[in-house]
Design a protein around this ligand. Structure first.
Ligand code: FMN
Length: 220
């Protein structure tokens, strides 16, 4: 796939076909994506690919924990956004809820949508990215670079992704079923699978700020 076409067509996929993603395909994607740049070539990323029974167990345990009322750990404090950042957060939520026919006051449907996140959007696989705890202050940029690169390479195989915080918000569950030790920080995950284009939320088209609003030209 053409690079510009890939960048323009990538979008977060929140509904997947159940078809499994072959292990060799996942390996190839990660191998190519690991060409992503990193600070002084530290390559801090470590991948834990979950699918099959392990993913099912994690989904199930996430849901049990969520239903028990235990607060999930928020890597990004979503309630902290204000001004234009809050406006953009609201805009994407409004669009998704409209597509999913979830009314603002419909608590049950909203909760079910949240559960869907804890179920990794029912994707057949997910890639968890972790880093050594000693790098936790410095490697955030590298994690962003690898995440986007994985998302783009996946398109070349007809796969959709969503960079996702929800699935890993109970990190102790992830550690229990994958063996990721406490010495590693679980940073982010990507759900991955073949998009179900009939799933309403996949019709989302997130807005971007007009480019002239975010460029300052100097000397040109
Ligand atoms: C660090 C990070 C965490 C995210 N976590 C979630 C999540 O938990 N749930 C979700 O539905 N989308 C999540 N997203 C996807 C964003 O909502 C999405 O990228 C943004 O709305 C822009 O939409 P697009 O990816 O379709 O262009 C996350 C994205 C990033 C980069």
């Amino acid at each position: 796939m053409d690079l510009v076409e890939a960048i323009k067509s990538r979008k977060s996929i929140r509904g997947y076909k159940p078809n499994p993603v072959p292990k060799e395909v996942l390996k190839e994607i990660l191998e190519i994506a690991s060409r992503a740049p990193s600070s002084v070539n530290t390559q801090p990323w470590e991948f834990t690919v979950i699918a099959g029974e392990v993913l099912e167990k994690i989904k199930q345990t996430n849901i049990e924990k969520f239903n028990s009322g235990e607060s999930p750990q928020q890597n990004v404090r979503r309630d902290a956004y204000t001004g234009k950042y809050r406006d953009r957060q609201v805009a994407i939520a409004v669009q998704l809820f409209q597509l999913m026919n979830i009314a603002r006051e419909d608590r049950d449907k909203r909760t079910e949508w949240t559960r869907r996140g804890f179920r990794f959007f029912d994707a057949p696989a997910a890639i968890i990215i972790s880093i050594d705890e000693s790098l936790s202050e410095t490697a955030q940029f590298d994690i962003g670079a690898i995440s986007q690169t994985i998302a783009l390479v996946a398109l070349n195989h007809g796969l959709g992704t969503c960079i996702q915080g929800a699935g890993i918000m109970y990190p102790e569950i992830i550690r229990k079923f994958t063996g990721i030790p406490e010495s590693k920080r679980i940073c982010i995950c990507l759900t991955i699978g073949y998009p179900d284009w009939d799933f309403p939320a996949n019709k989302v088209h997130s807005d971007r700020e007009p480019i002239e609003n975010i460029i300052t030209w100097c000397g040109i």
